[in-house]
Design a protein around this ligand. Structure first.
Ligand code: GLN
Length: 183
């Protein structure tokens, strides 16, 4: 059972991908949703500043951070990667569970959307849709680099956290989600 943060962004697309692989999902919209049992967590793409404000306002922060730190397998896409990062644009990040230094809107605000393919760990020819995406400027100790795009780090794994700058939920390829479900 996967809990998908559903306060803003493209959470539905993540649910569709996971459901296509037979995984059940439910939406985390308020604190009481976090009382349900779940064994995976998804932070979707969207707008990280809006998401962080809602996470605070809805009093989801402490429980979500505890769940990530307790080892619940966590998938984070784009804005989700920004939320997990220890450092964002040189300042302290939000959850700070992922020891990386991330740059927001790293490809420029207007022209920052593009599509490419590349590797994700062992997987090759993975479709990658970048939308006003961040990239990782530096990865800390113990962080496994899974994708590099134009010499920038765009996907990593650290313990139970799988995070990418691009949007696997907007492509037809289910392999990244399968990797997540195998964690
Ligand atoms: N630019 C967005 C942010 O800063 C992330 C974009 C996305 O999730 N597609 O949160």
């Amino acid at each position: 059972m996967t809990g998908v943060l559903a306060v803003q962004g493209d959470f539905l697309e993540h649910e569709k991908m996971l459901e296509a692989l037979g995984e059940e999902c439910f939406e985390i919209r308020q604190a009481k949703d976090l009382e349900k049992p779940f064994d995976r967590l998804v932070f979707p793409g969207g707008e990280s500043t809006v998401q962080s404000r809602l996470i605070d306002d809805l009093k989801l922060y402490d429980t979500l951070k505890e769940k990530i730190e307790s080892g619940v397998p966590t998938l984070a896409t784009c804005a989700g990667l920004i939320l997990l990062s220890e450092t964002v644009d040189g300042s302290e990040g939000f959850f700070k569970t992922l020891p990386v230094r991330t740059k927001r809107n790293a490809y420029g605000r207007q022209t920052g959307s593009f599509f490419t393919t590349g590797s994700f760990g062992e997987l090759e020819e993975v479709p990658m849709s970048f939308i006003r995406a961040p990239y990782i400027e530096e990865a800390g100790d113990g962080v496994e680099i899974l994708s590099v795009t134009d010499s920038n780090i765009t996907a990593v794994k650290y313990k139970n956290q799988l995070a990418m700058a691009y949007h696997p939920e907007l492509c037809e390829d289910l392999r990244i989600f399968k990797t997540f479900l195998e964690m």
